[in-house]
Design a protein around this ligand. Sequence first.
Ligand code: TYM
Length: 332
Amino acid sequence: TPRIFSGIKPSGGLTLGNYLGAIKRFVEMQDGEHETIYCVVDLHAITVWQDPAALPGMTREVAAGYLAAGVDPDRSILFNQARVGAHAELAWLFNTVARMGWMNRMTQWKEKAGKNAEKQSLGLFAYPSLMAADILLYHATHVPVGEDQKQHVELTRDIAAKFNHDYGCEFFPMTEPLIDGPGMRIMNLRDGTKKMSKSGESDMERINMLDDADTIAKKFKKARTDPAPLPETVEGLAERPEARNLVEIYAALSNTTPEAVIAEHAGAGWGTFKPALADLAVEKLAPISAEMARLMGDPAEIDRIMAKGADRAREIADPILARTTEIMGLLR
Ligand code: TYM
């Protein structure tokens, strides 16, 4: 059976980008004929500095986001990465398979390291190797992610292929990224050429899953746009990144397509479209943020769910790690 794996870093509050590009789809995928495994990737978060006093709360917040949106801990395996030691172990083995040049070509590494590569942690450089371990530890066949993670999933395939080739086996699968529909690349509300991210400088550039209704309305109202009204067809959005982004958000939130949104709102001015978008976002997010807040009031319950998920994850992961070490000739 197909097996889905995906993860989210607890490196800041969850955004609308995380919701539309990831969590919303994770929930939908539980309904199909596949196993679903969802992780809070705390070992990835610490590749840049995290305050140890704040990290547990952020890890629980991401877990609460999954649960509040509808990830069901009985149907899916939900856990945090640090609880399953095999992730770090397989990542080490993959560090001996992956090549420096592959890591050097990663656009996220280039963006994050900038001109300061020498000052970055070795973990940030090897980040994709740990991500490949996350995925391949479960022999996951499909990985739902936003557009920004596509290159990392392709690198996962490169690592699997080189391992299989070097050790003369067909052990690791060629995992497919699942990136489709609107919402796979939500942009910053102040600059339609940049991605909406947890860690952007200004809070006005993103919608957080925990924002209240007034904040959401204010952020959409202040969102940058050009002055022209919505076009008559989607082609008219081509050179208008901010307008295109708001239409995409509307389409993703209402489970339709940009074409359908334009058909309904052709010629509308921002004074009409932005409040409609804000209302829609509040309608979808308010119940989730209320449930997140409730769940975060009981951290022990979140920890219990993640610990139980980790037990189930280990049952799949440990035999795959054991077989990997055996293939590589390591005595254990
Ligand atoms: P992270 O924590 O940055 O983001 C989590 C998920 O949200 C998606 N996403 C977006 N989608 C659309 N528009 C946006 N603006 C936007 N911002 C974020 C991301 O694409 C991702 O799907 N490296 C990963 C975490 C990871 C992982 C894995 C993912 C670690 N191991 C194994 C899949 C499988 C990351 O940093 O995601």
